[in-house]
Design a protein around this ligand. Structure first.
Ligand SMILES: [Zn+2]
Length: 636
């Protein structure tokens, strides 16, 4: 069984660790393709220069050539490639697509991969081309599933990758993914997509990935087959692909093409090298052109790899910082074909899917890059929660005011404190009642002063739904000097964060609010002498204290806000140890990554309070890694 766990995350992307017999791989990872026939750059050099923890090679090529086959069978594929890290092998599916036919039995090639000691072997699936019609694509997909079912019985200790096919039809992709998730596979590649990437049909590519992901077991790593260009890496990772491979570095080098983060350039057309990798630092464009052919190809290949590996590092860094969407959208600025991909993600179904995986808070601000930004899952969630969880004042009157510099409540302080109505800012992310103006992502977002027309229109629609939903009338408002603005602010954020009714439960009693002496901002909330909540300065959301957790636990019935664990690990949680995914029995389907949660036993005893790392479907699927980081155990 595959050992894969999530350590950090952003968008639907995962920063994970995948363990094999030959080491640990930090994902998302780039797998350089090693051609066993001619190693342009040795696998060992991939490790030394680029820190490659995993490479991929083709078992069919090894199988077909006597000398390679015999050596691989005698000494193993690691010895053949001279690499002691993890080796994944492909099966010949792509060759069958390129040459139309190959002569190997689907089970024989799985046996062969196992015999040569591949860490991750791949089934011989049926490559469905984008121009294949529905019925044929369905037939091929079913044949792939059949082969996968037979192949898993032959895998032994080898991890087995079972490829999702289905052509350009999302329903077939999802169906294939669901069927493959029921068998004992370890890695799920998404196949048949190379022609889509070669022709830059990124909308269909996006649909294919999303449809596959919707049907796949979320605890298994997903490999996007043939995603060789850094332009598509951020998109692939943001949609939940954990592995990508690159043969492009060598293929492009062979015809003098250099890979850059923004696209591809021909060496012949460059007067300067717009790159500072070790290759480009050592040559001028003219000098590089002047090298003899083999040297030139090798150097371009090295440059292509430096750029590709650097891009993967940038993506992992973006996940840690919560900046992955920015990276995805920036790529669309380089290549408009990627705009089509972003449009696909604006579809309501896809937004709803993405929202389930999106963290509730991030270490950095949400930064606008263009018309797509307002469709990000974080903003979608804010708008949705506002329409579900907001409680308007009894007067049902609001004053809608224009967006100003942040924090809004400072600018509109007088209106906020003096009027007996809600003051709502007409913001580009939707209506922002002043009491919500410090919570993530309202305060922590950066937009230009002059917003594009399309985003404006979109915001207007959300404002209209908001006013209509709550039956609010705009304008007016009596003066009322008795408002407790702090209390209103706490109650509103609590309802947005923990759901409707949470404020009534948490704030019932004598309330004392402690503020920071330095900033004057709310820090801690005590009710009847007990510490209930702490407000986090960086994201304006609450951390739940044990006394607060007890109140929510008493008043809300299971499974609301809960992560239910098996009784065997009860004592560990009470001591404050984290919850491992394999002990989770159930979970509130409304909990999202990085949400505050109650940890309870199967009898619904409160054992602790913590912060989720996974959502429900992940908690129930993963056998490895942490599901909830426990903050405090509850001993009595
Ligand atoms: Zn370079």
């Amino acid at each position: 069984m595959v050992r894969f766990e999530i350590k950090d995350r952003d968008a639907a992307g995962r920063l994970g660790v995948l363990k094999t017999e030959h080491g640990s791989i930090t994902t998302p990872a780039l797998l350089p393709v090693i051609n066993p026939n001619k190693m342009l750059i040795e696998a060992e050099e991939m490790k030394k220069r680029f820190g490659a923890e995993i490479v991929i090679t083709n078992s069919y090529i090894i199988y077909k050539k006597n000398s390679l086959r015999e050596k691989a069978l005698a000494d193993g594929v690691h010895s053949l490639l001279g690499f002691d890290g993890t080796i994944m092998t492909d099966s010949g599916t792509f060759q069958s697509y390129v040459y139309n036919d190959i002569d190997v039995d689907p089970l024989e090639i799985v046996d062969f991969q196992r015999e040569i000691g591949s860490d991750i072997g791949t089934i011989l699936d049926v490559f469905t081309t984008p121009d294949t019609g529905y019925q044929q694509a369905e037939k091929q997909m079913m044949l792939t599933v059949e082969r996968a079912k037979k192949s898993v019985t032959r895998k032994g200790d080898m991890l087995l990758a079972c490829t999702v096919q289905g052509g350009i039809f999302p329903e077939l992709r999802t169906k294939c993914a669901q069927q493959l998730s029921r068998i004992d596979a370890d890695v799920y590649p998404i196949g048949g997509v190379v022609p889509l990437m070669e022709n830059q049909v990124y909308d269909i590519l996006t649909n294919s990935i999303v449809a596959a992901k919707k049907g796949l077991n979320p605890s298994k790593p997903v490999h996007l087959f043939g995603a060789g260009h850094p332009l598509v890496f951020p998109l692939a990772v943001a949609l939940g692909c954990d592995l990508v491979d690159s043969a492009a570095y060598a293929k492009y080098a062979a015809d003098g093409r250099m890979i850059f983060p923004w696209g591809t350039e021909k060496l012949d057309e460059l007067s300067e090298l717009p790159c500072s990798c070790p290759v480009c630092s050592g040559f001028t464009a003219k000098e590089l052109r002047g090298l003899d052919e083999m040297e030139r190809i090798k150097n371009i290949a090295l440059h292509n790899l430096y750029v590709s590996f650097a891009e993967m590092q940038r993506i992992r860094d973006a996940i840690r910082k919560g900046k992955l969407w920015e990276l995805v959208e920036q790529k669309a600025g380089y290549n408009p074909a990627l705009f089509d991909a972003l449009r696909v993600l604006e579809n309501e179904d896809n937004k709803e899917w993405l929202e389930r995986f999106e963290p509730v808070s991030k270490p950095s601000a949400l930064v606008y890059t263009g018309v797509h930004t307002v469709h990000r899952p974080l903003i979608y969630r804010y708008q949705k929660r506002l329409l579900e969880r907001y409680r308007p004042r009894e007067s049902k009157r609001v004053v809608v005011v224009p967006e100003v510099s942040k924090p809004y409540s400072r600018f509109y302080k007088k209106d906020f404190e003096m009027l007996d109505c809600d003051v709502v800012v007409d913001s580009v992310i939707g209506p922002v009642p002043l009491m919500l103006d410090e919570m993530y992502p309202v305060a922590q977002s950066v937009f230009p002063r002059d917003i594009d027309e399309e985003s404006r229109e979109f915001a207007k629609k959300v404002m209209d739904s908001f006013l209509e939903k709550y039956g609010l009338e705009t304008g007016g408002g009596e003066k009322n000097a008795d408002r407790d603005v702090d209390l209103e602010r706490i109650a509103s954020v609590v309802d947005m964060q923990f759901g409707g009714g949470a404020a009534d439960v948490l704030l019932d009693g004598k309330i004392v609010v402690k503020k920071s002496k330095k900033t004057g901002k709310i820090r801690n909330v005590f009710v009847d002498g007990k510490h209930i909540l702490s407000l986090r300065a960086h994201d304006g959301l609450f951390t739940l204290k044990t006394s607060g957790a007890k109140r929510l636990h008493r008043s809300f019935s299971s499974p609301r806000l809960r992560v239910v664990i098996t009784d065997e690990c009860k004592p560990f949680i009470m001591e404050g140890k984290s919850v491992f995914a394999r002990f989770v029995v159930d979970c509130d389907p409304d909990l999202r990554p990085f949400d505050e949660c109650l940890i309870v036993s199967e009898d619904d005893d409160l054992l602790g309070v913590g912060r989720t790392l996974l959502n429900r479907e992940e908690m129930l699927s993963f056998d490895y890694g942490v599901a909830v980081k426990t903050r405090e155990g509850v001993k009595e």
